[in-house]
Design a protein around this ligand. Structure first.
Ligand SMILES: [Zn+2]
Length: 469
């Protein structure tokens, strides 16, 4: 099978890097891989890969591949300098080291598989840095449960793709997957409850996230999406006799219950900086009919039930802020504290509405580009109003380029959610893979470097060389 485009001086191995780097230049000469090479500390991944290709790794070789600390590099950035006798990876932080090593590994795959006449890498320099600081995937573990191994594999995939936020949707109308020490009945079996995570799962998952330079943000969805919780705790409903989705906002026990669950989440994930509290898709009819909620509205001098929801959410946001965490909510109809991150979903118009909140930082999750539960093509199982979201849709999305001028630094980046009503565990990787690779370049690479056909050629070239994600 021929390469989509051959490796030549005009098309060097650097031309295959994915995501496409900020800048690269090719210089005279080659670094030969057909001689013993010394590999410096911190690059065991590279030493292993060289041995895999049958190259000689030797501690006293003259030719060397080294990792050095680079001052003044942008966060998560790295440089890679290839001269005839030395390759130097410079990084200022752990993410730069990880991403630089993955980039060098891609170059090795190309050099060994497609090197023009020998296993060699063109001399040159790669300077790389991310376009957006928020490059996320969301996994819904509430509708379908995924075991520890699937979560770990997802994190490893994310590390390779330089995706650095794992938004973990842990509770919903069907189940409560996060360990609830003070309410263990929540981790029992429910309608869809076929498993819950243990504190030991959290230890393993945190450790892998740290290795892959990923921040985990847990989501405990409130005040809506709580059918499962309210089935076990009807006293938190506005009317214990009436089934519903929203908790009673005025019952002090509701607030206490949620704060206790949030504190448990912080205990399980002590390094977590951002906590998502949902606040999506709430109706007001239960609150409108509830004597407690209506009395609270009068007591606080509020306009209506929606304003009471805003009061409740702000209390929870301020509670998280007091614990040194940043709250995050789904794009909202209320005004949360200005530090709260708004995750905008729906279409561009919804994003404009969402972003109209003064000062709040924004993450784009526009559905026709980033909703990975949508089918990848017409063959992919889906429910009806869903139209395909292809890897091209994800790739060509501009994240919010049309809004950059308006939002400026408030636009943190993008995140692709995978809702799992129709996605059992075995389909998670299939649903993520192609569109997560597209998301990687869409959020990492500069807009002016994006070219969908070229992206596909590089992806194909790496895969033909044997590289796997
Ligand atoms: Zn109520």
């Amino acid at each position: 099978m021929p390469l989509p485009f051959p490796v030549t001086p005009m098309n060097p191995a650097y031309g295959y890097l994915l995501p496409r780097p900020y800048h690269y230049a090719v210089h005279e000469g080659f670094f030969s891989l057909e001689r013993p090479v010394r590999v410096g500390e911190g690059l065991e991944q590279i030493a292993d890969r060289l041995r895999f290709f049958g190259a000689m790794v030797s501690a006293d070789a003259a030719a060397a591949i080294d990792l050095v600390a680079g001052a003044g590099l942008p966060p998560e950035g790295f440089t890679l300098e290839v001269t005839p006798d030395r390759i130097v990876l410079k990084a200022g932080d752990a993410a730069g080291r990880l991403y630089g090593a993955h980039a060098l590994e891609q170059l090795l795959w190309i050099a060994f598989r497609w090197g023009a006449n020998a296993a060699q890498l063109e001399c040159g320099v790669v300077q790389d840095r991310p376009r957006y600081r928020w490059r996320g995937l969301m996994l819904d573990s509430a509708r379908h449960f995924q075991d520890r191994e699937t979560i770990l594999a997802t994190l490893r995939l994310m590390g390779k793709l330089r995706l650095n936020r794992f938004h973990w949707h842990l509770t919903d109308a069907q189940s409560w997957r996060i360990p609830a020490k003070g309410a263990p009945e929540l981790n029992g079996h429910g309608d869809w409850q076929d498993g819950a995570y243990t504190p030991e799962d959290f230890v393993a998952i945190r450790a892998e996230a740290a290795r892959q330079c990923i921040e985990i943000l847990p989501e405990i969805d409130m005040p809506g999406h709580n059918v499962f919780l309210l089935g076990l705790h009807p006293e938190l409903r506005c009317n214990p006799e009436v089934h519903g989705w929203e908790i009673c906002l005025a019952n002090p026990a509701s607030m206490e219950f949620m704060k206790a669950r949030l504190l448990e989440a912080l205990e399980l994930l002590p390094e977590c900086k951002v906590v998502h509290i949902g606040d999506d898709e709430c109706g007001t009819s239960h609150w409108d009919k509830c004597p407690k909620c209506q009395a609270k509205i009068r007591e606080l001098g509020l306009k209506d039930s929606r304003a009471l929801e805003e009061w409740f959410v702000n209390e929870i946001c301020n509670f998280l802020l007091a614990h040194g965490r940043t709250p995050m909510v789904w794009g909202t109809h209320i005004n949360p504290p200005k530090q709260t991150i708004l995750q905008c979903w729906g279409n561009e118009c919804d994003m404009v509405t969402c972003a109209a909140h003064d000062d709040n930082p924004v993450v784009s999750s526009i559905d026709h580009a980033y909703y990975l539960d949508y089918p990848q093509d017409d063959e992919d199982p889906h429910s009806d109003p869903m139209t395909p979201v292809t890897d091209m849709d994800t790739y060509c999305s501009t994240v919010g380029a049309h809004m950059v001028e308006y939002l400026g630094d408030r636009l943190l980046g993008a995140e692709a959610p995978l809702w799992t009503e129709l996605v059992p565990q075995w389909r998670v990787r299939v649903k993520f893979l192609d569109r997560a690779i597209a998301l990687s370049e869409a959020t990492w690479s500069q807009q002016c470097h994006k070219h969908y056909r070229n992206f596909l050629q590089r992806k194909r070239g790496l895969e033909l060389a044997g590289y796997t994600w």
